[in-house]
Design a protein around this ligand. Sequence first.
Ligand SMILES: *Cc1c(COP(=O)(O)O)cnc(C)c1O
Length: 354
Amino acid sequence: MSQYWSKLVHSLTPYVPGEQPKINNLIKLNTNENPYGPSPKVIAALQKEAADTLRLYPDPNSDALKQAVAKYHGLNSNQVFVGNGSDEVLAHVFNALLKHDKPVLFPDITYSFYPVYCGLYEIEFETVPLNDTFEIKVDDYSKANGGIIFPNPNAPTGRLVALADIERLLKHNTDSVVVIDEAYVDFGGESAVRLVNQYPQLLVTHTLSKGRSLAGLRVGYAVGHPDLIDALHRVKDSFNSYPLDRFAQAGAIAAMEDQAYFENCCQRVIETRRVVVEAMQRLGFEVLPSGANFIFARHPNHDAAHLSGLLREQKIIVRHFKKPARINQFLRITIGTDLECQALTSALESMIKS
Ligand SMILES: *Cc1c(COP(=O)(O)O)cnc(C)c1O
């Protein structure tokens, strides 16, 4: 603390990202990265970009990348906004579209960055409890609001909301923006992107960090009605004109264009998830149904913090949330390679049997 801090800085409670340990040979199942590297075409595009042209600013509008995203989704590029990771896109979304007189609504158990953005931009929010089986029930959001946001599948539960439910929500909620954060949609969810032409209040955000194996490149995007996209551009150009550097733009274009590689990685993760869920259930874990590249699981007889500590001793890192109390007996485990997941389940087996 310092007398030089602004009042706002004193009031902030920043987000704490999952640990990025500086130790080698860890089995890192704590931050939902893809276990497979990016497409070789992405690497080639990045190598090509390491050139004299780095003395020049990048395209401030990322036009070629927007076109690649638009093409992938069958939209126009004026329906696309890109940013430095979807976290940055979401920050602009809160500032540009969710700051109104009524509170923004999101689940009580969800991506913990949402309340942080509300703190930064001084936005009032109200949380809506998940039901007993940790599901988002869209009918619980039928109340006055300044906007609605949730991830689908939700984090850290992995549970999916059906597209028909999202459409019902959009039919009822026409006076404020509905944001669906599809960070994990590539692992088996139904994307709401196909609804954006019908619902001008719908904004869908995606990231290249998970499905496209590019957490290190920092690229995310939003798609929606051109008026919503325009608002995001107005905020972005009042903040940083060049959020995506030359590498990020070139790498992201190559990633969006290599659909076969991306689909194959996601399929492998989905198949490994099926195997891990079965193995964990055999060990007595309750595993929530997951549409994501992680699972959320608890054991009736073993404390989650204790298990997480024992795993760490074996160099296996998973995520344990101490708060809120309702989820403090769960572990969130990223789906790694088959070998990593075998190491996980055999470590858990010896802990549970001893
Ligand atoms: C990972 C994640 C993001 C952020 O992704 P980046 O593009 O890496 O910033 C956004 N929302 C949810 C729910 C996530 O889990």
